[in-house]
Write a protein that binds this ligand. Sequence first.
Ligand code: PLP
Length: 463
Amino acid sequence: MVSTHPLGIQASGSQYLPQKLNNTTLSPNQELLPLSARVNRHDSLEIGGCDVTTLVEQFGSPLYILDEETLRTACRQYHDTFKQYYKDESQVLYASKAWNCLAICAIVASEGLGIDVVSGGELYTALNAGVTPDKIYLHGNNKSRDELVLAIESGCTIVADNWYELKILVELATNSSPVRIMLRLTPGIECHTHEYIRTGHLDSKFGFDPNDLDQVFGFVSKQPSLNCVGLHAHIGSQIFERQPHRDLAAVMVQWLRDAAKYNLELTELNVGGGLGIKYTESDDPPSIEEWSKAICEVVQQACAAENLPLPKLLCEPGRSLIATACVTAYSIGSAKVIPDLRTYVTIDGGMSDNPRPITYQSVYRSVVANKMSAALTETVTLAGKHCESGDILIKNAQLPKTEPGDILVVMGTGAYNYSMASNYNRLPRPAAVLVANGEANLILLRENYQDIIRQDCLPERLK
Ligand SMILES: *Cc1c(COP(=O)(O)O)cnc(C)c1O
């Protein structure tokens, strides 16, 4: 049976193309395919003016394809909305754990965004991409001494997470050049999202317990070597509801008011990230503009109600900035038909390049890039090539009839894919290309077999 589109159009891969009506600006997080996606006269998917099938011929598969237009549009929407609706200073940070590499850090920084990093490795990458330290914020619930030293020496802001870290910071810092810190607190706000990525409830490994607020403020206010500039909280990821962030902003403004009792002059408020994206037709996240506008408004209202001056407002989206900008292209290989049960179609990657389905049961949509207008007549299970029965990329995917060599494109893979990729089964990690105006540039080289054994040591006595 041929499945049909809700609008009565016969379903094909083309149904996922961005639909731009009356000059409206699309919010990347509300689309499935990147904004520059088109179908060309060969019935092939084109992104950034590049034919996906040709990209795979040129760069191999699997291949991450990052659309510069979509990434820059998302950056500008966040940046411009905060500038428009917030009456004081603001700074949007990219939560780079979603996908941290030199090229992405450089693009995001060129749009005026800062970067938040959660490890020495991410910090090192951001610095090497030329991001200025005054726009870099280091997070983490167990930062090592080395990571803290790198952060202090580079001059970025450290988001202190716990007592142990505060004590190390006091040891490392000197009164002559105080360390710029913020305090992370657990706001006790629950989000209806996947449990593993929920961090805002009180039972969280992240941040200070708000019940300890008085002690923390009291301690920090007596440390001349710590320059505490503000407060931070992050309540979770892939959030579609509007209320949690409204509640969060209100709670955080209360904390700001409490800090004043300790003569702590806190001038920055970071409300975290978490805006969700559309992975399937049924996902309906608010747009980047709606989300940002709501944050600006609630902070302004809460400050007005408390008679507090407006802090510098920061937020740190990850997924909603990068996810939709990238697709992963695979080559289709073998198929296994189990009569009356299921058809498995295999691709040349899987849980090593996209661990989200096996880790979080995440759901993705896909198209066959070289058959964009073909009717979706088949229901198949797309399996990876790893030695793990759970290595299933998409269950019950609606696809046209496929054959080996067809190019499968999985959408929305910019966030938490490359950054979580592994070498499981010793598969080399795929390449990534940046596409814009018909040009494709490598931003991450494909690993080869030498890379696979690069860290191996064979002790002399085993030779
Ligand atoms: C992961 C994370 C983010 C980004 O979350 P998204 O859901 O990707 O927007 C922001 N802040 C902190 C502290 C995080 O850990």
